[in-house]
Design a protein around this ligand. Structure first.
Ligand code: FES
Ligand code: FES
Length: 167
């Protein structure tokens, strides 16, 4: 068993740990750092529930090893809200009832976050395409798409939204 020291900034906080080479980034976040908001569904890159941002890019944390995140910046769903204030995406998901059981939600939020950073004023078709790699068994997707479009407006038009663009 090989063990490696890694330093990862997670949600703005520097974490130094020793991990087995085979530990996935998802297991590292959930088991080592107790950030259980990152969910594991399929564990082979299909469902998107485990999506986090790695240096600003949406990645499937079940497909990455923790050692591959050494030296990187990771953002998980726990890093979205600022205290009691929800991120505009979280607020829009709440407003549009874009979640039911919520299992898929962290993955959708992080996927949408990276998408809106690249594409701040998307069309409905673009929003649909952006989430096409994430699976939800409950909502039928329409409320999720509407939530992403609402968040796009909020992020690009309000001071609070502008603050959330730092991600
Ligand atoms: S748990 Fe990673 S993509 Fe499904
Ligand atoms: S809200 Fe249940 S899987 Fe998406």
């Amino acid at each position: 068993m090989s063990v490696h020291g890694i330093r990862v900034k997670v949600n703005g906080q520097l974490c130094e740990r020793r991990v087995e080479a085979r530990t996935t980034l998802a297991d590292f976040l959930r088991n080592e750092l107790e950030l259980t908001g990152t969910h594991l569904g399929c564990e082979h890159g299909v469902c998107g529930a485990c999506t986090v941002l790695l240096n600003g890019t949406a990645v499937r944390s079940c497909l990455l090893l923790a050692v591959q995140a050494d030296g990187a910046d990771v953002l998980t769903v726990e890093g979205l809200a600022q205290g009691e204030r929800l991120h505009p995406l979280q607020k829009a998901f709440q407003d549009h009832h874009a979640l039911q059981c919520g299992f898929c939600t962290p993955g959708f939020l992080m996927t949408a976050l990276a998408f809106l950073k690249e594409n701040p004023r998307p069309s409905e078709a673009q929003a649909r395409d952006a989430i096409s790699g994430n699976i939800c068994r409950c909502t039928g997707y329409q409320p999720i798409v509407q939530a992403i479009l609402q968040a796009a407006v909020e992020i690009t038009s309000s001071p609070a939204g502008a603050e959330s663009r730092k991600y």
